[in-house]
Each structure stands twice: as C-alpha cells, then as structure tokens.
Design a protein around this ligand. Structure first.
Ligand code: NAP
Length: 283
C-alpha cells in the first residue's frame, strides 16, 4: 500500500479562499477582521513566523497589525499593550508570539488576553471551553489536524486514536478534539513504556514530539492514518517531521508530509479563528 498524501498546502488554499469570502461578507457590514501580532525580542524563528502570519492575513483580506518590541520590554509594559489591544474595536484576535524573554511570565501575558480575542486558543478559558465542549477558540495546530481528517471524510467514531506528545498547545488539545469526535484516545509521552505496542493498535496516529523517526513503519498498523506535527531538521539540514515518511507511507492509508502538511494548516486555522472572532463580535 502507498498512502494517500494529505496535502496541507492545497487544503489551506481552499480554506483561505473560504476565509476571504467570509471576510468580504463582514466588510459589507463595515467590519474588517483584524489580528494583532505582538513580537518581543529578536528570535529569528519567531520573526519568520510572525511575518508569515501577517502576510497570510493580508492575502485573505484580514487587517493585521504587527507590534515589535525590544527584548528589554518590561512585563508591565507588555501587559499594558495587551490591555490596549483588548479594548481596540479594530482588533478581533491577539497573538503574542512565544517564546517570550525569560523575564516575562508568558502564562500571565496569555491570561491577560481577552478570551474573546484569544485566537491562539492558549488562554485557560479556551482550554476549559475545549475540555467541556463549550464555544471557544481551539489551538490552531490540532484544529488544523482535525480539518485534515475532515478533508478525507474520516469518521472518528469508535476509532482508536493515539496521540504522541502531551504539550498544552498540541498533544493535550489534540486528544480532547479527537475525544469530542468520539474516538477512543490514548496519549503517549516520554514516560510511555512501550510506544510501539500503543501505536500498533491505532487507527489514527498524531505524532507531536519534536524528534525525528519517533514513528517508523514497524510501529504502524496497515491502513492507519498518520498525521505528523513534528518539525525537525535532518542530517542535510532539511525540514522533516517526527515520522519516517518514506517507510510509513508504505503502510499507512493516509499521511501528512513535512513540509507541506500540518505546518500551513496552523496559520490557516489562525485566520479561521480570527475571522470567527470578528463574526462573533459582530453579532
Ligand atoms: P513539546 O512541548 O516539547 O512536547 C513534546 C512532547 O513529546 C512531550 O509531551 C514529551 O513528553 C513527548 N515526548 C518526548 N520524547 C518522546 C518519546 N521518545 N516518545 C514519546 N513521547 C515523547 O513540543 P510541542 O510544542 O508539542 O511540539 C511538538 C513538535 O511539533 C515540535 O517538533 C514542534 O516544533 C512541532 N510543532 C509544529 C507545529 C506546526 O505548525 N507544524 C506547531 C506546533 C508545534 P513529556 O511530556 O513526558 O516530556
């Protein structure tokens, strides 16, 4: 078997067209969905991420503001900026790019964002909403994974999903989303004794670890769907995921590549959340 590739670029393009159409409908009511991206310091990776996010907004007809500050910015000043953005009617979504400099308490800053504008879905109120099935904002990366499963018409009811990784931004919310769609969910982590025994039972595997070749072909049940969230570098310095793509694609029914898989979906879901925030604010 050679797995069908779930193309994150193609799916993103389709979803971003839908975002642009919905943004136009809001604009007809005089509302332009707006995202504020706040960057503190000069982390090179963060600079690339924020640039991509701002460009994606512009391409889809969303208004975006990039606020850049020196690494020496105080926590109090950052909290004051967040509060000003909370009160700015032109801004519907606020994203503070992580990591923040060590002297700033990132959790405190995230909790300062109004839950109504928490388009990253990292606020405790958003996490609670996801856990209880209430309306809120879902973290973009696992939300993108759910859209990828939806795009292949995959019915999770009664399926066994194994999530490798339990971070607050990917693994845990991923598990809750799969659970909400009636999958039976197993969460694995660095303390899991026999990862292969777990993954071999899985109909769906989401790898969100940050280590190359965490998932190899011998660990995958034939026909399983494999989503690769990981972002790593191989020996040649090229971007790769957590999954041994060449091996696993011979066993899986569907697989996401790296690059061109989950990565583009993450930014797309940020646009979706920002649009959703603007639509909710307009009602
Ligand atoms: P993280 O916070 O470092 O979490 C990694 C998780 O993997 C932890 O729960 C850890 O377990 C677990 N783990 C580590 N080694 C393991 C092993 N050998 N077997 C099983 N589990 C193991 O990372 P993250 O923020 O969730 O990100 C995960 C990866 O996704 C990274 O490569 C990151 O760059 C990537 N990512 C990609 C996107 C995207 O847009 N494509 C977005 C976000 C993240 P413990 O909890 O026990 O330590």
């Amino acid at each position: 078997m050679t797995a069908q590739i779930i193309d994150g670029n193609a799916l993103s393009k389709q979803l971003r067209t839908e975002v642009a159409t919905r943004a136009q409908a809001l604009q007809a009511q005089g509302i332009t969905p707006g995202l504020a991206v706040v960057l503190v310091g000069d982390n090179p990776a963060s600079q690339v991420y924020v640039r991509n996010k701002v460009k994606a907004c512009e391409d889809s007809g969303l208004h975006s503001v990039l606020e850049k500050y020196e690494a020496s910015m105080t926590e109090a000043d950052l909290l004051a900026r967040v509060e000003a953005l909370n009160n700015d009617p032109a801004i519907h979504g606020i994203l503070v790019q992580l990591p923040l400099p060590a002297h700033i308490d990132a959790q405190k800053v995230i909790e300062a964002i109004s839950p109504a504008k928490d388009v990253d879905g990292f606020h405790i109120a958003s996490a609670g909403a996801l856990m209880t099935g209430m309306p809120g904002f879902w973290p973009c990366t696992p939300y993108g994974c759910m859209k990828m499963l939806e795009s292949i018409g995959y019915d999770l009811r009664g399926k066994h999903a194994v999530v490798i990784g339990r971070s607050n931004i990917v693994g845990k919310p991923m598990a809750l989303m799969l659970l909400q769609k009636n999958a039976t969910v197993t969460i694995c982590h660095s303390g899991t004794k026999d990862l292969k025994a777990m993954t071999l039972q899985a109909d769906v595997i989401v790898a969100a670890v940050g280590k190359r070749n965490v998932l190899t072909a011998d660990m995958v049940k034939p026909g399983a769907v494999v989503l690769d969230v990981g972002m790593n570098r191989n020996d040649e310095g090229k971007l790769c995921g957590d999954v041994d793509f060449d091996g696993v694609k011979q066993v899986a029914s569907h697989i996401t590549p790296v690059p061109g898989g989950v990565g583009p979906m993450t930014i797309t879901m940020l646009l979706v959340n920002t649009l959703e925030a603007a639509e909710r604010a307009s009602k």
